[in-house]
Design a protein around this ligand. Structure first.
Ligand SMILES: [Zn+2]
Ligand SMILES: [Zn+2]
Length: 322
């Protein structure tokens, strides 16, 4: 079968690999569609390293070979019994394994995984929509942790796929959203998704503008740009006793002299919100279709990565189909 195999930085190739073995409680899945995410790009650019020969990909939908049912695949396994699992933090399971990082991932024609990792997808959700569930689940997890009140200012730094979904979910929570990015084409999407104010940080001092707009600082801040610089800006955007969620990239030093009483926490993928993410997409409460800028077949995976790495192509979400 064909699969996208990590061979090193800037060296991820579609190759023939053996079919996965199906044993015990595992189910064989036929790949339908998946999407490229920031994690895949960290690997491509050599910023993160995994074992050579590993199949990448962790956001995808497929069809069960046994029942023909369409499902989304949850990309991590957890034991359910350890200290963190028992306290409701399966992402920090002492035996956690991530598909596409520490296990073979989903950009492969066939995938074997346990039935408990499968979330059924209703008929009205297209394959390409079902390929973009992970960032929706992450946005739900993050905003559910921030617990903003109706009318609160939510500042979302970075309007890539994750930031744009944070913007959508913050709107659903009743927030007034300040969307920040460096690219106007992404801010236009943020505006379409209901952002109250859009700030291009290339043209304006983002932290100063947030203070001007809110008067006292943003009630909640989500850092979804993933740079040290934007992480370090967050204490200068949040109001006193506000809350800041740092998504995915946690490097940087926080100067807290103006952030009295503010709470800072890191957040990443959690399996708990996957079923709700699918439900919100199916009911058209959250939109993922509008994020798709490019589509490639699995055979052209290298071209897809090059496109994702080329800002001139204005990529937002790139979908891979079988
Ligand atoms: Zn991801
Ligand atoms: Zn565990």
């Amino acid at each position: 079968m064909k699969a996208a195999v990590y061979k090193g930085p800037h060296n991820i190739k579609v190759e023939d690999v053996p079919e996965p073995r199906v044993s015990g409680r595992k189910v064989l899945m036929k790949f339908k569609a998946g999407s490229i995410c920031g994690t895949d790009m960290h690997l491509y650019r050599g910023e993160w390293k995994i074992k050579r020969g590993r199949i990448i990909g962790h956001d995808a939908c497929g069809v069960r070979a046994d029942t023909g049912e369409k499902v989304v695949m949850i990309p991590l396994t957890f034991c359910g019994k350890c200290y963190f699992c028992l306290r409701g933090f399966p992402s920090f399971c002492e035996r956690v394994r991530f598909y596409g990082l520490t296990r073979n991932g989903f950009f492969a024609e066939s995938i074997a995984l346990r039935a408990k990792n499968l979330v059924p997808v209703p008929e009205n959700v297209s394959d390409e929509e079902a390929a973009i569930v992970e960032p929706v689940a992450l946005a739900l997890h993050t905003l559910n942790s921030l617990k903003p009140n109706v009318g609160d200012w939510a500042t979302i730094i970075g309007q890539g796929p994750i930031g744009l979904l944070m913007t959508q979910v913050a709107k659903l929570k009743g927030c007034q959203v300040i969307a920040i990015d460096l690219e106007d084409y992404r801010l236009e999407l943020a505006e379409k998704y209901g952002a109250t104010v859009c700030i291009n940080a290339r043209k304006e001092d983002a932290a100063k503008r947030v203070m001007e707009i809110t008067g006292r600082g943003s009630d909640v801040v989500v850092e979804a740009a993933g740079t040290e610089r934007t992480v370090e800006q967050t204490p200068f955007m949040v109001r006193k006793a506000g809350k800041v969620a740092l998504v995915g990239e946690f490097k940087g030093y926080l100067n807290l002299e103006d952030a009295d009483g503010a709470v800072f926490f890191t957040t990443y993928i959690s399996p708990v919100e996957y079923p709700m993410a699918v439900e919100l997409i199916a009911k058209k409460i959250v939109d993922v279709k509008g994020l798709i800028t490019h589509r490639f077949r699995l055979a052209d995976f290298e071209k897809a990565l090059q496109t994702a790495d080329n800002a001139a192509e204005k990529p937002v979400k790139i979908v891979i189909t079988a």
